[in-house]
Design a protein around this ligand. Structure first.
Ligand code: AVJ
Ligand code: FE
Length: 433
């Protein structure tokens, strides 16, 4: 290991998705601790806002009960690490080995997301705040003990404690969920905002686009290291020439569509999109409102002026599709997005100066979520496969609320096209002819 100080702008290994995917037990232990600090800080904000109502929130398909989320984090980590008899085998562990008992007798009954369906989570006799905290603390202690005692196998490819990485990614994905749920529920939270682009024009258009010539492109993750099953197998794809914008669509550019009456023009919308728009009487994005001549956006309960050069956020895939039709463009498919991000992008350099800037909002793509050719579910069967072929759309990139070590050019996120609680926007692509 080099002891030279890294340049000031270089990502630390703990923040670097590639480094964390090959991390040793010490770094993963430190990362799990740091993520837990963030989890607990958010929990404290929820406590302040929701204690008067006993930590309950109204039912919505877009959120989970906060204490269920917390118990689920503890359950997940314990299930894959302390309770997993084959944890030490990392990526070679068999999937179905019976688990050792949990610290909580109700753990599998209450917190296993594949056994407890979404509406049932509101009806469970859940542990209270103190007991849930205790479950979080004690399961993390056991994980950290296992990391401290970890003996890497002789084969360096099999050395990484895969399940510690998986639990880390899981905690951070739920960490972002805690942020978007707080935004939806108007819970004040010390969180950021998508960053405004510095090199857009006055209307919010961006000056440059990236031209990708026809050819072969590699997508997906390397087998053998820590990766999600849905990123495998790595493969070559043939793409026709296309152009993709250098940045996501801005609020100003989206507003032009709103003010041109785009939400009233049937021809801008797909059939499913128009049905959605009618059902919700939507006239603009969910968290916007008009205030005299100005437009405002609600962030964590506070109304703020819309930032023209910031990317539009919290739109559905239906709205993204409609904006594209109106603009005479299309959404990229996910392979185009990954190809552009790999060859021209960098999340660390998001904002000005990069040919392909990403990482401030998730970006809807045109792709329906499915396995790559040759997909094999492993090891967390309920992570991705159960969502294939059910109308979920792929999102790429990451938002300002995505923990740095989660967001990589290969990472695939997904949600239903009508969802708008997540920090999702869009980017335009078009064919080159
Ligand atoms: C990858 C964000 C779509 O929230 O359903 C958390 C992440 N999976 N626990 C989701 C996840 C299981 C997943 N997304
Ligand atoms: Fe989960």
């Amino acid at each position: 290991m080099s002891l030279a100080a890294p340049p000031a702008d270089a990502a630390q290994p703990i923040d670097d998705p590639a480094a964390i995917r090959g991390a040793d037990p010490a770094l993963l232990g430190a990362a799990l601790r740091a993520s837990r600090q963030r989890t607990l800080a958010r929990l404290a904000s929820y406590e302040r806002a929701l204690a008067p109502t006993g930590m309950t929130v109204p039912y919505s398909p877009e959120v989970n009960p906060p204490l269920w989320e917390m118990g689920h984090l503890a359950w997940f980590q314990e299930y894959w690490i302390a309770r997993n008899p084959d944890c030490h085998r990392g990526i070679d562990a068999p999937i179905d080995a019976p688990r050792m008992p949990s610290l909580r007798e109700d753990a599998d009954r209450h917190y296993d997301s594949s056994r407890v369906e979404h509406t049932a989570r509101w009806r469970l006799p859940l542990a209270d705040h103190a007991a849930t905290r205790d479950f979080l603390d004690r399961t993390l202690d056991r994980t950290l003990d296992i990391m401290a005692a970890w003996r890497p196998s002789a084969d360096p490819l099999h050395a990484p404690p895969y399940f510690a990485w998986l639990a880390l990614m899981h905690e951070d994905m739920h960490g972002e969920a805690a942020v978007y749920m707080a935004n939806k529920l108007s819970i004040p939270l010390d969180a950021g905002r998508p960053r405004a682009r510095e090199d857009g024009d006055a209307e919010g258009g961006v000056m440059a686009a990236v031209e990708i010539p026809a050819g072969r492109c590699e997508i997906g993750s390397r087998a053998g290291a820590c990766a999600f099953d849905n990123e495998l197998p790595r493969q070559h794809v043939e793409l026709a020439a296309f152009v993709i914008d250098a940045a996501p669509v801005s609020n100003a550019a989206f507003l032009a569509f709103v003010e041109a009456g785009g939400y009233e023009q049937r021809h801008c919308w797909t059939a499913a999109g128009w049905e959605w728009r009618q059902r919700h009487s939507a006239g603009w994005p969910r968290f916007w409102r008009r205030n005299g001549p100005a437009w405002e956006q609600r962030w964590f309960g506070a109304w703020e002026p819309i930032v023209a050069q910031a990317p539009v956020c919290n739109v559905t895939a239906h709205e993204a599709d409609a904006w594209c039709r109106w603009a005479g463009r299309r959404l990229p498919d996910e392979r185009e997005w990954e190809c552009a991000a790999r060859s021209h992008g960098s999340r660390a350099g998001r904002g000005a100066g990069h040919a392909f800037a990403w990482g401030d909002v998730w970006e809807w793509t045109a792709t329906e979520f499915a396995g790559y050719p040759g997909f094999r579910a492993y090891p967390y069967r309920e992570y991705a496969e159960v969502f294939f072929g059910k109308g979920y759309r792929v999102l790429r990139g990451g938002s300002w609320a995505t923990q740095a070590h989660v967001a990589s050019a290969t990472f695939r996120n997904w949600d239903l096209p009508q969802r708008r609680q997540i920090f999702a926007g869009l980017r335009l692509a078009w064919d080159l002819d």
